[in-house]
Design a protein around this ligand. Structure first.
Ligand code: PEP
Length: 251
């Protein structure tokens, strides 16, 4: 059975002190969430150690927003998957559209990063999603299919148990414009059928597929009611404990 997950991507926001307060606010309310829903937060690298301390003893998962392609060595500015695991991370986001767009993350780099994450016991939240022009030219299915096949199809089937997919249409990220429930469900069903064609129906059915893109308390209910939407990857609305918790209560 696939899991219901709500994950917060804090991006490059909050000071360490603010991040610790935000994490404390989420921990204080986690009991208000149904047991069947997993919460994950992804603070910036600098916040991970103190936030891990706040999360100790809580059921909330800790994620990084990225990891290095290499295990260690002369790679100035990088943070390895082993370092992340060592300080208590259980997950890393990979392939976020902002990293694809601004930092040249391509299939080759993402394949290496996923291998590093798995070697070090991290699960991966793998992001896919089309740009507005792709959708306008009716190429959104092709783009998402390629983002999946170029990277995830290189994995042995059993590794898919450690992958969560986040469908995030780039035109909906941080714009206030959300995909309609119909658009999101259509793409989520397509993602599941793409997985099914390669890995088989069982793996496709067991893979959690999150929606991301201006998801907030006011629209989460409608989105999460869709049969192939298993939760959300939340940016802006994850920076307020009340909103993040309200989204996780949307089922
Ligand atoms: C994101 O970038 O992962 C995201 C979903 O952002 P927002 O919720 O702010 O659109």
């Amino acid at each position: 059975m696939r899991k219901k997950i709500v994950a917060g991507n804090w991006k490059m926001n909050t000071s360490v002190a603010e991040g610790v307060e935000l994490a404390k606010g989420i921990v204080a309310k986690v009991a208000e969430i149904s047991k069947g829903v997993t919460l994950i937060i992804a603070p910036p690298f600098t916040h991970l150690v103190p936030v891990a301390e706040v999360l100790k003893g809580s059921p909330i998962g800790l994620s990084a927003q990225n990891c290095a392609t290499e295990p260690k060595g002369a790679f100035t500015g990088e943070v390895s998957a082993a370092m992340l695991k060592g300080i208590g991370c259980n997950y890393t986001i990979l392939g976020h559209s902002e990293r694809r767009e601004y930092y040249g993350e391509n299939a080759d780099k993402l394949t290496k990063k996923i291998a590093m994450a798995f070697e070090n016991g991290l699960k991966v939240i793998y992001c896919v999603g089309e740009k507005l022009e792709d959708r306008n030219f009716n190429q959104h299915f092709d783009v998402v299919s390629k983002q999946i096949s170029d990277v995830l199809f290189t994995l042995a089937p059993e590794k898919m148990a450690n992958v969560i997919i986040a469908y995030e249409p780039v035109w909906a990220i941080g714009t206030g414009e959300t995909a309609t429930a119909e658009q999101a469900q259509e793409m989520h069903a397509f993602i599941r059928s793409t997985l099914s064609a390669h890995f088989g129906e069982k793996i496709a059915e067991n893979t959690t597929v999150l929606y991301g893109g201006s998801c907030k308390p006011s629209n989460a209910k409608e989105l999460f009611a869709c049969p192939d939407i298993d939760g959300g990857l939340i940016g802006g609305a994850s920076l307020k404990a009340d909103d993040f918790i309200a989204i996780a209560q949307a089922w």
